[in-house]
Unconditional design. Structure first.
Length: 452
């Protein structure tokens, strides 16, 4: 019993000797806190680099086959999608008061490249006019323009509602509210000049900003026990499109006019194998994972550029599966399936403004992450890390034909009384839909933090 008591006392002394320094995940700087740390003002400056890779297999329902079950068709491989993004990340955090800070971040996209590569030679086609001659919807060998610039600027408040360093009986508990404001040139469908299937007049730069503002709300929790510091976090991101962007192409009678709502769950553990608290030195190894849920919404997909270009009236001759042509040679989309453009021209107008955005089915993503943080001195910190993940398979062209399911019985058959102007039959109808599968995500980052 005496040995057990001595062991417990030694263990308690060891834990106490490490103190309760803030977790990397939940840390919030403060200001005007002379009684606690004798520091009237704190400011952190961070600069870093991140590269992100995303690869997906694009497949399409085999519309020339009967469904295997109700509303389920076999699939054919169409293309391999690859996106590589290089980003310079800058951030400043300013202490406002006790455990309350303001953060301002400016991510700069140095280069964003996207490419479709043909897979199995299964080019998507249509036969809308019924003559038996297939018309290619879009080429499956396609290179998007190299994009660069600023997508958004973020500004937010971080509040450490509980701090284990102040009270070692409590965990670290942080709340944050952040706004992301789209400021760059908005995304437009384009292709790389000189690339295969890029015609003259199509090779625009394409912009980089997604064209909407976002609200980010989240909370983080951690509690240190000796050498380990487990953590947990929740976050939700809500986007609101700006006027005059790609989201305006189907805002009338559309089912989805907003980007997906994204909810995140994050968890992991920080391991502190070495630390000198008095000198402000330590090494942290963080291992974790998490998941995200993306609700159904309107989104930029791997097919955004090809659909935006080959759905354009100037290229509709190669795309009759999306755009019908009326007696005057003008494109239109037959939303109500009566074979004729509406007299008021609404169907024609929607066809002429198709940007390439499509409604995306809800899906989830899962990831694991690892990073190492080294603080060689009190005011300097270096980090390096990586993340790998996977997205569940999901439809990327799934726009409903009718707004809210407004079907009516007319002329002896059910017809769409209120068409959804974002719907394209040869993209969104069962038997013609496209989906993303086998999606692999890889991120690598390195950054440096100066603390004053």
């Amino acid at each position: 019993m005496k040995k057990v008591s001595l062991f417990a006392a030694a263990l308690a002394a060891l834990v106490a000797s490490f103190g309760a320094l803030a977790n990397e995940y939940t840390d919030v700087i403060d200001a005007f806190d002379m009684r606690f740390n004798g520091d009237p003002f704190d400011i952190n400056l961070r600069i870093g680099y991140e590269t992100a890779l995303r690869k997906s297999t694009i497949r399409r329902e085999a519309f020339d086959h009967l469904p295997l079950a109700w509303d389920y068709f076999p699939y054919t491989d169409v293309a391999q999608f690859k996106q590589v993004t290089h980003t310079l990340k800058t951030e400043v955090e300013i202490g406002l008061f006790h455990d309350l800070s303001f953060r301002l971040a400016l991510p700069v996209v140095l280069r964003d490249s996207r490419q479709l590569k043909d897979k199995m030679g299964n080019s998507p086609w249509s036969d809308l006019d019924g003559d038996g001659v297939p018309n290619q919807l879009f080429p499956t060998d396609f290179t998007s323009p190299d994009r660069s610039g600023i997508d958004y600027i973020s500004a937010g408040l971080w509040w450490g509602i509980l701090d284990q360093e102040r009270d070692d009986t409590k965990p670290n508990w942080t709340f944050f509210l952040e706004g992301r404001f789209g400021v760059g040139e908005t995304l437009k469908a384009g292709c790389m000049a000189g690339a295969v299937n890029c015609e003259d007049g199509m090779n625009i730069k394409g912009g980089i900003s997604r064209g909407f503002n976002e609200i980010v709300l989240g909370t983080r929790l951690s509690r240190r026990f000796g050498y380990v510091d487990p953590y947990f976090g929740l976050e939700v991101v809500m986007g609101v499109p700006k006027e005059g962007t790609a989201y305006s192409d189907n805002d009338e009678n559309a089912v989805n006019t907003l980007p997906p709502l994204v909810g995140s769950l994050d968890f992991g553990m920080e391991i502190i194998p070495w630390e000198q608290k008095e000198q402000g030195r330590k090494v942290v190894i963080s291992i974790g994972g998490g998941g995200k849920y993306h609700s159904e919404g309107r989104e930029y997909t791997p097919l955004f550029d090809v659909l935006g270009i080959f759905g354009d009236p100037e290229h509709s001759a190669a795309n009759e599966g999306i755009n019908n042509i009326d007696e005057n040679g003008k494109p239109y989309v037959d939303y109500n399936s009566n074979g004729l453009p509406d007299p008021d021209g609404q169907e024609r107008g929607a066809a002429e403004t198709f940007s390439g955005l499509t409604d995306v089915e809800n899906y989830a993503s899962f990831y694991g992450k690892l990073f190492v943080s080294v603080q060689p001195a009190k005011y300097v910190k270096l980090r390096i890390g990586t993340l790998m993940g996977h997205e569940t398979e999901h439809f990327i062209t799934k726009t409903d034909q009718c707004d809210g399911g407004n079907l009516g019985f007319e002329d002896g058959a059910y017809q769409c009384l209120l068409p959804n102007y974002g719907h394209r039959p040869y993209l969104d109808s069962p038997g013609n839909r496209f989906r993303a599968e086998d999606t692999f995500i890889f991120n690598f980052f390195v950054d440096a933090l100066a603390m004053f």
